[in-house]
Design a protein around this ligand. Structure first.
Ligand code: UD1
Length: 413
């Protein structure tokens, strides 16, 4: 698939943010923990969510989807997710914790997803082992077995989002209490804990570095609305600033966007926060900034590519260090095709601002790289064609429509 953009345009108006992809994916996995009926509201129509829904259906659960409302019920009948579906999203690995807890055994293929580094799953497996599971790896497939998981202390060497979530889900039905030390603090982890608790679970202190999970015998019905997508919101914030326009971004939790807001302010943009909206505008030249990606509440790695596209037109040199993932600079080659001046040394990129990017034919190598190219294309002079744009649909609901409404000349071709 391809997207065509004619630039430059100044974005203006209002945009509504959808529910968070990275909250819904673990929540969908956790719905397998319930013996009752799970209703999830405001589910966005994005590809990763559709794949996760298909996986859950293939595990034997009943899934109904109508107008953004998902109803899930049933018991998993199958402990091996489909290979073709699971290799498309790394989050398929999150099915393992709930399956293990519910069925006493779980299998998973070593994960796929965005091509951004090796992304191992050792911390997930270390957690399952600490809860008493036996782990076997053969032919790219992991099997975890434990008739009943036992609560324990789990220390994570790195505050991995996925490992924290997978262990939390497994521990929700374990015998006894689990403590995850050096847990991830991301808002999506907190949302997953709230979802588990809404089914009758006992998870406390999610959002701090030690999460306590008291195992319960079973989980029941719930109706739940996940948090808004802070990365989608951040992408529109940066797009607004990059275009030199003025945009109100609705349905946000400003607290979740502090790092993005701080860097936009530093770069000379104006950011005004309301209770559930943020207004972003920029009149003056973009000032260069220094960014290092870090686990939450640090600057999100999922906003790194978009910010780099923005800084390509700054009045000076910016530095971006990617410390969360190795090999997450694939967008640089594409930005260079549009006239950007960027050099890299290991995990650090130096971005020398140019007066204006120019349109080119480029390729979306992954989800956020694709979002970065959209931002670059809106600011660039002339026509940009973004190939492999299906990567963007993995995480942004109706992005072409939403940007069009803000005044961008953007079309699917
Ligand atoms: C989640 C997000 C992703 C985001 C990332 C970091 C979802 C579905 N995806 O991914 O969008 O970019 O958090 O904010 O929520 N690691 C290990 N061993 C492990 C697990 C992770 O070494 O067992 C490493 C990874 O290779 C990576 C780092 O830890 O370098 C962060 O990964 P993690 O926090 O687990 O990210 P994900 O949960 O995969």
């Amino acid at each position: 698939m391809r997207i065509m953009v004619w630039g430059p345009t100044r974005l203006s108006g209002q945009v509504m943010v959808s529910a968070a992809k990275n909250a819904i994916l673990p929540i969908l996995a956790a719905s397998m923990l319930s013996s009752g009926t799970v209703v999830i509201k405001k589910v966005p129509a994005i590809r990763d969510v559709h794949i996760m829904m298909a996986l859950i259906q293939q595990m034997g659960l009943e899934v109904e989807h109508a107008e953004g409302i998902l109803t899930i019920k049933g018991t998993p009948q199958n402990i091996l997710p489909d290979y073709d579906l699971s290799r498309q999203i790394r989050a398929s690995f999150l099915l393992m914790g709930p399956l293990l807890a519910r069925c006493g055994q779980a299998k998973a293929f070593l994960p796929g997803g965005c091509a951004i580094g090796t992304r191992p799953v050792d911390l997930h497996l270390k957690g399952f082992e600490a809860l008493g599971a036996a782990i076997q790896i053969t032919g790219g497939c992991v099997t975890a077995t434990a008739p009943r998981l036992q609560g324990n202390y789990v220390y994570l060497d790195f505050p991995s989002v996925g490992a924290t979530e997978n262990i939390m889900m497994a521990a929700a039905l374990a015998q006894g209490t689990t403590y995850i030390e050096n847990a991830a603090l991301e808002p999506e982890v907190v949302d997953l804990a709230a979802f588990i608790n809404s089914m009758g679970g006992r998870v406390s202190s999610a959002g701090s570095n030690v999460i306590r999970i008291e195992g319960v015998a079973g989980l029941g019905d719930t109706a739940y609305s996940p948090i808004p997508d802070r990365i989608e919101a951040g992408t529109y914030m940066v797009a607004a600033a990059a275009s030199g326009g003025e945009v109100i971004i609705n349905n946000v939790i400003p607290e979740h966007l502090k790092a993005t807001t701080a860097k936009l302010l530093e770069s000379g943009a104006q950011v005004k926060e309301g209770p559930d909206f943020i207004k972003v505008s920029r009149g003056q030249e973009i000032k260069p900034v220094y960014i290092k990606t870090l686990p939450y509440p640090g600057f999100p790695t999922d906003m790194q590519a978009q910010f780099m596209a923005y800084l390509c037109s700054a009045g000076g040199s910016s530095i971006i260090t990617e410390s969360v993932f190795e090999n997450r600079f694939m967008h640089i080659g594409q930005l260079l095709r549009m006239g950007a001046q960027i050099t890299t040394e290991g995990r650090t990129a130096v971005i020398r601002g140019v007066p204006q990017l120019s349109g080119a034919t480029v390729k979306a190598t992954d989800l956020r790289a694709g979002a970065a190219l959209l931002i670059a294309a809106i600011t660039a002079h002339g026509q940009t064609i973004i190939e492999d744009s299906e990567h963007i649909d993995r995480g942004y609901e109706n992005i072409v429509y939403k940007l069009n409404r803000l005044g961008a000349n953007i079309y699917h071709i």
